[in-house]
Design a binder for this molecule. Structure first.
Ligand code: HSE
Length: 315
């Protein structure tokens, strides 16, 4: 019997406030693991899906037709696998419907694990389209702002118009990300359907300017310019009301020295960027503000250069 190979894929911050569906940031020290091994069977199967507590996940299915990890793995296996099949075990470390790229982390970990089983493994960048198939199933549309940073690490620009190519952006020196996950859930597919279908040219120009300014600020590690540009004037106003603690946590973050603050992906998680020295205080201010609203939460501090997916142990 073949041994399992284990891949880890990190959680991520989608949109990063300025770049809806086209900018994403990997997070350190939180992610999903997928174990994979070859079998004599046919196609990809899922032996188990476990949650953060190590127990069988009460909500996620091991029906391979409906599991993000197996859908992504099957796409890769169909294109590059040999005879036989693959068995997966999915160990979730990212909370579901958290705005932390949970489905993307599973899809990415799955393709990275299965890639290691191939006779001629592909380069990491070449795995993106396969991981996106799993993510597309989960979120109901094609966007790479969680899959790309989870796969490649760091800060990644991934507009649909360039896919399957993506662009690694320089991360600013001395800047950290702080993410708070309130104990709430937001269904991304539903949140996406609710967005307005058309916008004014003024709003479009404003957000374009903020995105361009933010990218320039990251390249030059210009902390002041990050502070002036890290804003979402289009999507956040439509989504923040779904997170009851949003205003309180944002207020606390900005008072504690955040350069900017927004929802992570479609929420409910929220993130701030800040100078490294402010990160610890900021995390505790954001957590306190969340709990003061009666909502339990968890936070992570991450450099903007967090590593992407990788094999943890192999055959
Ligand atoms: N860009 C996606 C959205 C990310 O905001 O809907 C989902 O996590």
């Amino acid at each position: 019997m073949d041994h399992f190979v284990t891949a880890f894929a990190p959680a991520s911050i989608g949109n990063v406030a300025v770049g809806y569906d086209m900018l994403g940031l990997a997070l350190a020290d939180v992610g999903d693991r997928v174990l994979a091994r070859k079998t004599d069977g046919d196609g990809v199967s899922v032996a188990e899906v476990r949650g953060q507590d190590g127990d069988i996940h009460p909500l996620l299915t091991n029906d391979a037709q409906h599991n993000t990890a197996s859908i992504a793995a099957q796409a890769l296996w169909d294109a590059h696998g040999g005879a036989g099949g693959v068995e997966l075990k999915v160990h979730k470390g990212v909370p579901l419907q958290s705005g932390m790229g949970s489905s993307a982390a599973s899809a990415v970990a799955a393709v990275v694990a299965v890639n290691a089983l191939l006779d001629s493994p592909l380069a990491m960048e070449a795995l993106l389209p396969y991981a996106l198939e799993g993510e597309e199933y989960a979120s109901g549309s094609l966007h790479a702002d969680n899959v790309a940073p989870s796969l490649l690490g760091g800060l990644i620009l991934c507009p649909k118009v360039l896919l399957p190519d993506v662009v690694r952006l320089p991360a600013p020196q001395g800047v950290s990300a702080v993410l708070v996950h309130p104990d709430l859930q937001v269904d991304t597919a539903r949140a996406r359907r609710r967005l307005a279908k058309s916008y004014s040219i003024q709003l479009w120009l404003e957000q374009q300017g903020l995105l361009a300014g933010f990218i320039a600020a990251c390249a030059s590690s210009d902390v002041d310019l990050i502070g002036r540009t890290l804003r979402d004037v289009i999507i956040e106003p439509q989504r923040s009301a779904a997170v009851p603690c949003f205003d309180a946590v944002k207020d606390a973050a900005m008072r504690a020295g955040a350069l900017g603050f927004s929802l992570s992906g479609s929420g409910p998680s929220m993130f701030a960027l800040c100078e490294d020295s402010a990160a610890r205080n900021l995390a505790s201010a954001m957590e306190q503000a969340c709990r003061a609203q009666g909502i339990e939460c968890q936070s992570w501090i991450s450099p903007m250069t967090a590593p992407g997916a990788h094999i943890e142990d192999g055959i």
